[in-house]
Design a protein around this ligand. Sequence first.
Ligand code: XIL
Length: 347
Amino acid sequence: EEKGLKTEFADSFLVGTAVNLNQVNGRESGADSLMNLHFSSITAENGLKWALVHPKEHEFDFAFGDAFVAWGEKHHAYRVGHTLVWHQQTPKWVFQNEQGEPLDSASLANRMLHHIETVMGRYAGRIQAWDVVNEAFEDDGRWRKSPWFTILGEGFIEMAFRKAAQMDPKAVLIYNDYNVWKPEKRAAILEMAKSLRAKGVKIDAIGMQAHYRLDFPSLAQIEKAITDIHEAGFEVHVTELDVDVLPRPSDSDGADLNINFAASPKWNPYVEGLPQDIEEKLVKRYADLMKLFQRHKEKVKRVTFWGMHDGRSWLNNWPVRGRTNYALLFDRNKSLKPGFWTEMGRD
Ligand code: XIL
């Protein structure tokens, strides 16, 4: 009998996956049974981002959101809204007045609050957790100079969390970011989160996106992030786990390997399939991560993979489009990659 992730990890944390319209409306064959066996949580990969749910000032599109909630209810899955306030996948009009000039701060604040009211309000009690603010810091700990920050100042985070708590007092409110394993970035995030809480603002969890590579960050770096977040008083949610196996143009090993990314931007040594030794490395990496998260099950509430299987991974198109990546625990046939339960010591 096939083991399910959600059952095997049930005494530790929720196991989630990111989903899009094809999965929640039943158009992707196999998605339902994969969901049924393996996942106890779903996150909206794209459909609740501003550009999709609120494309024009007076136009909301809840087709995805409604299907997402209904599908999650059908599967008894913990539902995560992603994301209310972010600088990407947010239309330009949001930050502009009718003349196309940068919007004044009072109007932008109103726009943001109205957005949170409308989207969160619709799903109050039916979406259990929200990534309220996404990616507000740079890796060195400085504020990201996004239009939110530039027009509203750092207070935009407090405004967003206050409004979110008002719209659904029971929802788990998350600040979400990548590279939380970097000490300077994490320090800035935790300082922000603690100062909000000191002012009485509800903020429950820090989301570690966890877009990792085969060799870094190290388990020790990830563990330090988990314990720091916990000591600061916040839940840990691993929100977007995947492991990129392809080299990147920005890698120094790209230079070492003599790869000319400029001449061949999609350079991918594994178009025909991932060599077995690298797949074994990937599976071991996943097992090591899951074991680490299990050791900290009192702190880690949820571990969400950023996609159901390799065919659905955003890393096929990032940082360059049209690559064939193998970043997830399920392959393109929706099968669990071999060796995982053995590596977990659960065979
Ligand atoms: C990605 C999606 O996976 C892609 O489908 C989309 O084209 C771009 O966004 N950090 C986040 C996620 O918080 O929202 C991003 O998701 C991946 C990086």
